[in-house]
Design a protein around this ligand. Structure first.
Ligand SMILES: Cc1cc2nc3c(=O)[nH]c(=O)nc-3n(C[C@H](O)[C@H](O)[C@H](O)COP(=O)(O)OP(=O)(O)OC[C@H]3O[C@@H](n4cnc5c(N)ncnc54)[C@H](O)[C@@H]3O)c2cc1C
Length: 474
């Protein structure tokens, strides 16, 4: 996964909203704690593995994009030391020798031998139980291998980290959520809280440029044929399958009035010899659209521009579908509900139109691809109305869901956890995952989720009086 910390303002806004000690200068230290190799195997500070090696594919397209975006005023950036900035860069990825390195692999696997840690795999948590008028969590029920229902007694506290979709789902199933919603489902109300409100996510629209065949250097180190790519990956840990398709990224402010980005771009190259990558990416699209884009492979490569709205204003909601813990919840994302979101995306597209006119793009004869779609083609091509339609038609979620168990001060009616991540009204239930983010940061959310885990670890140690001075990062 791409690893990126968000913008300083993201966290300063959290602080300004009343989240004590969540400003940039507070959280930065916890980001550093996760990536600096300063620990050892039994106390692995600095466990996140970051890799900045990119395949030839990325480098080939990189030179084009760096030049084109520089012409429009975006500087080429190296390593980001202080959060994201306006410019174009390769983002580091959490990988080692071509393999994804999740926190499960690089952190949990290292500490799983600890006597105070017991990991149970294939355990699906179904419910958290409460006593003393809902003030104390006493038991967690889980289903092992889909068959055996077991419970774990709570001695100190429960730390819920099921992510921005499953954490609220589990809380709702356990009776913590909006009273009316719980009553509609006949779930006994433990706490009336705004669990599931404030669903936030980035939104993405995909744009393609076609690049005539002979314009790119051939990759040096790996083959483009799918079978060879599999061989390359399995035997040598290299090639197309060993990396994420994105990584080359720009952040920009489309109004040009601030250094805080409102749009993020990821760029992917789909060579005509390697259209499987394209087909994988477009799998959920209309067949007519896929066929129409695919025909350009006969004489062109394609560059895919993922236009990402960095700070959406639209807010959604997550609700239970039923009381069955195996059912997925309902997500009402409300993407692009706020007109300002569409306006920002439109400015992002206008940036791409300017990119099309840069010297390097013209020299390469690279052109923005018109994708036929009946809904939008009734508008004049490239008019505001056309792009408004296109943004929605080609729009999709960013897989960066956050906010459904919102952190905030007590006065915030949507807040579910306090700035020490403890659920309001319950003494011993903490939430530590992307769901607590009050708003989505202006970049991808994995690194912020890891940072939240680091913060939670310190809160837990402090609250149980366990050597806080040793764990607080300097
Ligand atoms: C396809 C995809 C690509 C992404 N790419 C990137 C990227 O490149 N860079 C980036 O920064 N972000 C990326 N993200 C976002 C990133 O993965 C998330 O923001 C991040 O993982 C959130 O961490 P989390 O701990 O909140 O939740 P998760 O990582 O989702 O962890 C929650 C865990 O809880 C488990 N769980 C859930 N419910 C239960 C239950 N009832 N019982 C037991 N266990 C349960 C889940 O299996 C999961 O292991 C991507 C997301 C997706 C979906």
């Amino acid at each position: 996964m791409m690893y990126v910390e968000g913008h300083r303002k993201d966290f300063d806004d959290w602080l300004a909203a009343g989240n004590t000690k969540w400003g940039w200068s507070d959280v930065k230290r916890y980001y550093e704690k996760a990536v600096r190799p300063v620990g050892n195997a039994t106390h692995p500070k600095g466990y996140v593995v970051l890799n900045e090696n990119y395949s030839d594919e990325k480098l080939a397209i990189g030179n084009v994009i760096f030049n084109a975006t520089a012409e429009l005023g975006l500087p080429r950036l190296g390593k980001l030391e202080n959060g994201i900035e306006i410019g174009t860069m390769y983002l580091p990825v959490t990988a080692r020798v071509g393999r994804r390195m999740s926190t499960g692999k690089v952190h949990l696997a290292k500490v799983s031998g600890r006597p105070n840690l017991h990991v149970i795999k294939n355990a699906h948590v179904r419910k958290i139980h409460f006593e003393r008028g809902g003030k104390v969590a006493t038991k967690v029920t889980f289903v092992l291998r889909g068959v055996h229902e077991l419970s774990a007694e709570v001695r100190k506290e429960v730390v819920l980290s099921a992510g921005a979709i499953d954490s609220p789902k589990l809380l709702l199933l356990s009776g913590l959520g909006p009273r009316k919603h719980l009553q509609d489902l006949r779930i006994p109300v433990v706490r009336d809280l705004a669990v599931g409100a404030n669903l936030r996510d980035h939104v993405i629209t995909t744009i393609f440029f076609r690049l005539p065949n002979n314009t790119l250097v051939e990759p040096r180190h790996h083959s483009l044929r799918p079978t060879d790519a599999i061989y390359d990956y399995l035997i040598h840990n290299r090639g197309n399958m060993s990396g994420i398709p994105s990584g080359l990224t720009s952040f920009l402010n489309t109004k040009g009035d601030s250094t805080v980005p409102d749009i993020e771009f990821h760029y992917n190259l789909y060579r005509n010899e390697n259209r499987q990558l394209f087909q994988g990416h477009m799998a959920r699209r209309d067949e007519k659209i896929i066929a129409s884009i695919s025909q350009h492979f006969k004489d062109s490569h394609l560059i895919n521009f993922m236009l990402i709205l960095a700070k959406p204003r639209s807010v959604g909601e997550l609700r239970l579908r039923s009381v069955n813990y195996l059912d997925t919840p309902r997500m009402y994302s409300n993407y692009l509900d706020d007109p300002e979101d569409i306006a920002t995306m439109l400015r992002g597209i206008r940036f791409l139109e300017r990119l099309e006119r840069t010297k390097i793009m013209r020299a390469l004869n690279a052109t923005l691809l018109h994708i036929p779609c009946d809904e939008c083609d009734s508008y004049k091509y490239r008019s505001d109305a056309y792009w408004h339609c296109y943004i929605k038609y080609m729009g999709e979620g960013g897989f960066h869901h956050v906010g459904t168990v919102k952190m905030g001060p007590k006065r915030d009616r949507d807040a579910c956890v306090n700035p020490r991540l403890l659920l309001y009204g319950v003494q011993n239930l903490r939430v530590a995952d992307a769901s607590i983010m009050p708003d989505v940061p202006r970049a991808n959310t994995n690194a912020p989720a890891i940072m939240i885990g680091e913060r939670a670890a310190v809160f837990i140690k402090e609250d149980w009086n366990e050597c806080s001075e040793l764990v607080e990062p300097k």
